[in-house]
Design a protein around this ligand. Sequence first.
Ligand SMILES: *Cc1c(COP(=O)(O)O)cnc(C)c1O
Length: 488
Amino acid sequence: MGIPLFHYMDNQLESKIRNLEKRTAHLEPPDGDMERWVGEAWQYAGRFIGQIRMRKSYEAHHRPKENWTDFSEPTAFKDILQDIEEHIDSSGINPASGGHLGYIPGGGIFPSALGDFLAAVTNRYAGIYFANPGAVELENALLDWLRKLFNFPSSCLGNLTSGGSIANLIAITTARDKHDIRNASRHTIYLTAQAHHSNIKALRIAGLGHCQMRIVPMDARFRMDASRLREMIEEDRAAGLQPFLLISAIGSTDTGAIDPVRELGEICRKEGLWYHIDAAYGGFFILVDSLRHHFSGIELADSLVVDPHKGLFLPYGSGAVLIREGKYLRQAHGYEANYMQDAHENPRHTSPATLSPELTKHFRGLRMLLPLKLFGIAPFKSALEEKFLLCQYFYEEIGKRGFERGPQPELSVAIYRFIPPKGDVNNFNKRLIAEIHRDGRIFISSTMIDGAFWLRIAVLCFRTHKYHIDLLLELLESARDKCLSEID
Ligand SMILES: *Cc1c(COP(=O)(O)O)cnc(C)c1O
């Protein structure tokens, strides 16, 4: 029951509605206001991009804002922008900066912002074909482009997600339902100690936390040891367990290691395991001709995760999952609802809502389409090859400067550390990275591998060029000298 109508006399009801309509009109501002805001937003964005090389990649000092949620009066856009600059864009890591060489760097390629802008203004419903055939067609076309890029068969279906973690969750949920896992404790899952934690999280969310986890040993380059995997599967079968899922990576987060793709695929085929490849970091290096051989056998995967907000340089909010036999994706995520009866499925155009946990969703297709259309694919290939070579260059140069290095990078991640003549090695390297963070022009991160503290470099921001690598080398040298002088 709404407002009891008898509270209003007839004409009172109408005048009340008219009154409210006048006030509501504020939500549809005059063209002049909108144009001015777009101009102010562009001024802010243009200055942000223009000054990015002069600004730090990392700033620890943060000034919190007290009253974000004072909505009592309208605020001028200029004032809001100033708050965004002071309280959001001046501290922490700047993932849009070419100096961001930590974790897995982000993108922020400009045309995607226009895609998001248009998607928000037109607010097209990209969840269901019936609601917007064109939006769903576009997203399906982008997924089909990915399918061909990664050599998947036409039976494949996929989904554009908000990121790699959700994409991993969708893949693992699909594997679970395909294998009809009921008594999880009898089923075994194989992965290495280098598997990205989002996979473990997804297993837990999907109710597979009680499966037996088998940590497969790695070779000296942190790649899964396929022969050990074979033995472990045999042992588990002999013990009456049911091997069901393999989680592997093309480009591990710590070291960029690539598991032996084809060999693992053949084992999974023979043993009836679901073969999941997490290529959230490394996937788009397939665009680089000289690196394509790493991907040979990828077509054997049952599920594949890639992250356009990493390797295609899109802003955060874009992952993707491909499932080789699309019907399993639909089985795991399809639904029926009475109030959706008008939204009948078109047999030729699968709706995203039947293939993912989301119903209403952001129309992600435009932010992916615009940069690829406006620039063409060539500069993406060049940028990825440049990032790969920049990492090789860093690896050579840091070796010349007396640092210990991890394995030769297969993609664009490398680990390294300095061994001081005396004192605790881990502590020395912790002090070293603290110096780099204090300076802030370049941001790097670190990791622990078997109790050893390693510094990492990950080159994937489209704005990272040789300038940033040379600056990091300089910063590392002076930080090393400073820390060495503090030992004596
Ligand atoms: C980044 C990453 C993820 C997680 O993806 P998000 O987009 O951060 O959710 C998963 N696996 C690997 C290998 C990654 O590099």
